[in-house]
Design a protein around this ligand. Structure first.
Ligand SMILES: Nc1ncnc2c1ncn2[C@@H]1O[C@H](COP(=O)(O)OP(=O)(O)OP(=O)(O)O)[C@@H](O)[C@H]1O
Length: 245
C-alpha cells in the first residue's frame, strides 16, 4: 500500500538559513509516527510543509497520493498547530462549530462530533465559557478537539499535550491508540519521552536532517541504550551521529 504521507528530498531555507535538508520520510496508514528532536531542529517547519502551510524550497510532499499543498486534502487532515489559533471572544463550543463549519458535516453529525471531541479532552462542562477565560492547558485541549471534530483520516499534532496534566495526557494517548486501531494515521511531535515510546515509528530530527528512523526499540538497539530518553540525548549531541549508523 502507498504511504499516506510521502516526503521526498524536501529542503527548506528561510533566506540564507537552511532549516531542512533533503528529508525523506514515508508514513503508512494506521501508524502513530513521532518526530522527536531538540528545539529548533525543524520539526514544526516539516509539519507545516506537510499540511501545506509552508512551501518547500526543493522536494515534494504527497499526502494521500496528492501533491501538497492541496485544499481538498485538508478536509481529510486534522491539524493541531503548536500555538493555539482560537477566538477568545467565542465560547469553546462556538469555536468548535466555527472550525467544523469549514468542513462538510451534517447538523446531527456535527453535534455528535462536538460532543465526542469535547468529552475526549474533558471540556464538556466548559463548552459554554468564553475561550478568553480558559487556562493554557484548556486551550490546548480545545485545539486538539477542533483537530478531531471533522473525523479526519490523518491527524497531524504539533506538541499536542504541552500544558496538559499527566492524567489527561494518558487518556488522550489512550484515545490516540483507539484512533489508530480505527485506521487513522497520526503524526505527532513531542518532547515527552514516554509519549515517544508509544509511537510505532520515530524519526530523530537534528539540525534539519533525519538522523535515524525506526521503532522505539529499534532506535534503542541502534544507539545501544535501554531508554528512549537516552536515544534523544545521544541524537542531541552535536556530532555527526548519522555517520555511525
Ligand atoms: N518563518 C521563519 N523565518 C525564519 N526562520 C524560521 C521560520 N520558521 C522557523 N524558522 C527557524 O527554523 C528553525 C526550525 O524551527 P522549527 O520551529 O521548525 O523547530 P522545531 O524543531 O519545531 O522546534 P520546537 O521543538 O522548539 O518547536 C529554527 O531555527 C527557527 O528559528
Amino acid at each position: 500500500m502507498d504511504p499516506v504521507i510521502q516526503i521526498n528530498q524536501v529542503s527548506k531555507s528561510f533566506g540564507k538559513k537552511n532549516v531542512l535538508s533533503k528529508i525523506d520520510l514515508s508514513i503508512h496508514s494506521g501508524q502513530i509516527y513521532g518526530l522527536i528532536g531538540p528545539s529548533g531542529s525543524g520539526k514544526t517547519t516539516l509539519i507545516k510543509i506537510i499540511v501545506g502551510m509552508d512551501s518547500t524550497s526543493t522536494g515534494t510532499v504527497h499526502v494521500l497520493n496528492t501533491t501538497m499543498p492541496n485544499l481538498n486534502i485538508l478536509q481529510r487532515i486534522g491539524y493541531m498547530a503548536q500555538s493555539d489559533a482560537l477566538y477568545p471572544e467565542l465560547t469553546g463550543e462556538e469555536n468548535m462549530v466555527f472550525f467544523a463549519s469549514l468542513f462538510k458535516l451534517k447538523k446531527a453529525e456535527l453535534k455528535q462530533r462536538i460532543a465526542y471531541a469535547a468529552r475526549l479532552v474533558d471540556l464538556t462542562s466548559h463548552l459554554s465559557k468564553k475561550v478568553g477565560a480558559y487556562s493554557g492547558g484548556m486551550k490546548r485541549r480545545l485545539s486538539l478537539a477542533i483537530a478531531l471534530v471533522h473525523n479526519p483520516e490523518i491527524l497531524i499534532l504539533d506538541e499536542p499535550t504541552v500544558g496538559i496534566d499527566p492524567e489527561l495526557r494518558l487518556s488522550i494517548w489512550n484515545e490516540l491508540a483507539n484512533l489508530k486501531k480505527a485506521g487513522k494515521t497520526i503524526l505527532v511531535t513531542t518532547h515527552v519521552m514516554d509519549e515517544a515510546e508509544k509511537c510505532d515509528c520515530l524519526a530523530m530530527v537534528r539540525d534539519g536532517e533525519i538522523l535515524a528512523t525506526g521503532s522505539p526499540s529499534e532506535l534503542m538497539k541502534m544507539y545501544k541504550v535501554n531508554q528512549i530518553e537516552a536515544v534523544f540525548l545521544k541524537g542531541s549531541v552535536k556530532s555527526s551521529m548519522k555517520n555511525q549508523f
